[in-house]
Design a binder for this molecule. Sequence first.
Ligand code: M6R
Length: 369
Amino acid sequence: EKGGFASFMDKEIHDQPQAVADTLLGRTDLEGRLVLDDLRVDEAVLRQVDKIIVVACGTAAYAGQVAKYAIEHWCRIPVEVELAHEFRYRDPVVDAKTLVVAVSQSGETMDTLMAVRHAREQGATVLAIVNTHGSTIPRESDAVLYTHAGPEVAVASTKAFLAQITASYLLGLYLAQLRGTKFPDEIAESFAALRAIPEKIQQVLDAAEQVRETARSMAEATSVLFLGRHVGFPVAMEGALKLKELAYIHAEGFAAGELKHGPIALIEEGQPVFVVVPSPRGRHSLHSKVISNIQEIRARGARTLVIAEEGDEAVLPFADEVFFVPQTPVLLAPLVSVVPLQIFACELATAKGLDVDQPRNLAKSVTVE
Ligand code: M6R
């Protein structure tokens, strides 16, 4: 069943172009308008939503953080992202105009389920983005948008993560269409850009040997840091989580802008740091700011492992290694930039002789609070 791959995780990383393509399949009508047939929610309710709160845990919560950037940009609705277990036990401001989006691969995560129940008790509409059909979270939600990643066996989430991000983009574009916050042409353009993503992920997979080799050379590492900014921030967090889970290496993700507010004190000779560089084509000056961060940490001895867009030569003077990924519209970039980090963690754990599909102490779905 592993289809010739060494582990389920390796297979599932390679399934990602398909997972994204399948999640996009059948989502437009003949006129090219987005249709989310399985959603089962009243359009009138979605029109009057004035706040979105994403609740999720672990990797699914990082998908939610990516969703925040896209949905706020496309729909002009404020989006909060909260760990489900934190949401549940405070006194969140939620009412009938709040859309709570619960993101879960398994659909059985108890923390997320409790947040769903809590949100519905407060009168919110709950929409589930879930991979597993017939699971509890969609059954207890008002609406559901299924990701079509197929069954995910490895404990560490990979293809479900990409499918969750894809589904949340669909949700954002659908809300923008419904509420008229973007022109139909702009929505069609973003959807077309999404359709081009599987091919780009495939290109990253085809070029994976470089990151594998780096991973094998780092089997002795005891600490790895990850920096990112804007949508690259949740990517950095996810890269760190993958490495902790699989390789049992101390890893931390930071917002690159936070560096000088503390984390830069951690940098010493030889400290490996992955940096997810934003596109130089972005509207803001984030690209040059992150390049400055790379310079700053390199000057203090960091070993800089840079993920950058093809053609971005500005990174070359300051990078010990560059992993190029195809050019992608800014908001969609996580779907390609996270892939080298997944491969890195998988390969490093394999080099350490660890069981990447069943890391110690972890369960595929956490059905207790
Ligand atoms: O099934 P869920 O998406 O609700 O699971 C949420 C987290 O438990 C899960 O993403 C966990 O963080 C994974 N081990 C990440 O690889």
